[in-house]
Design a protein around this ligand. Structure first.
Ligand SMILES: CC(C)(COP(=O)(O)OP(=O)(O)OC[C@H]1O[C@@H](n2cnc3c(N)ncnc32)[C@H](O)[C@@H]1OP(=O)(O)O)[C@@H](O)C(=O)NCCC(=O)NCCS
Length: 169
């Protein structure tokens, strides 16, 4: 992990994230909650949709990608978007952040790179004067949940998903 550099990047590096998104999506498929009638998308279907969202989020001047590279090869990333204004239910600042994605290449997981990436996310946010960070986690991704709880984060809003029931008439 020590020879891995973490660099802040903008939309010009989006195409470098494709295979890391793919491996995160594969992990998500392996922990999928199996909601009846709503299977996860394939990585091929999912990446262009996700990429388009990244482009939108990165329009905000305080949004960013942190790319972990080893010998110029991407081995992990974090992508952070910014919300304005303050959340209306909790006492956040006028701007608050959301960690939209965190991915480490499968062969490197469990060696501290994810922790380095989130610590660098905090540094970037401190520089921007942003004090709150939300992180969405698939409810059945228990190891990721444990990772964030160890960092001091707690479940907040739980989103449920299901099919609209068929009409009985
Ligand atoms: C979650 C993730 C970014 C953490 O990065 P990392 O470099 O593996 O994390 P670290 O080595 O700093 O810390 C290890 C901790 O990460 C968590 N973790 C989550 N998924 C893991 C995985 N597949 N392998 C190893 N650790 C994982 C665990 O809490 C682990 O601690 P544990 O060994 O006590 O279970 C990385 O494991 C990953 O990319 N996982 C798959 C994708 C994913 O779930 N992303 C989060 C989406 S919200």
């Amino acid at each position: 992990v020590n020879d891995v550099q973490i660099v802040r990047a903008g939309p010009g590096r989006l195409d470098d994230l494709a295979s890391l998104w793919r491996s995160m999506q594969e992990h998500h498929r392996s922990v999928d909650p199996a909601i009846p009638g709503i299977p996860p998308r394939s990585a091929d279907d999912s990446w262009p949709r996700r990429r388009a969202k990244y482009v939108e989020w990165l329009r905000h001047p305080d949004a960013f990608i942190l790319l972990a590279e080893q010998a110029s090869s991407p081995v992990g990333y974090a992508l952070v978007s910014i919300h304005e204004p303050a959340d209306d239910t909790h006492m956040t600042g006028d701007r608050w952040a959301e960690l939209q994605s965190l991915s480490v290449e499968p062969s490197r997981r469990g060696s501290g790179l994810g922790t380095r990436l989130v610590e660098r996310v905090y540094e970037e946010l401190r520089v921007s004067g942003i004090e709150e960070l939300a992180i969405g986690v698939i409810a059945t991704n228990e190891r990721a949940m444990r990772f964030y709880e160890r960092q001091g984060f707690r479940p907040w809003v739980v989103t449920t998903l299901g099919k609209v029931p068929k009409s009985t008439q």
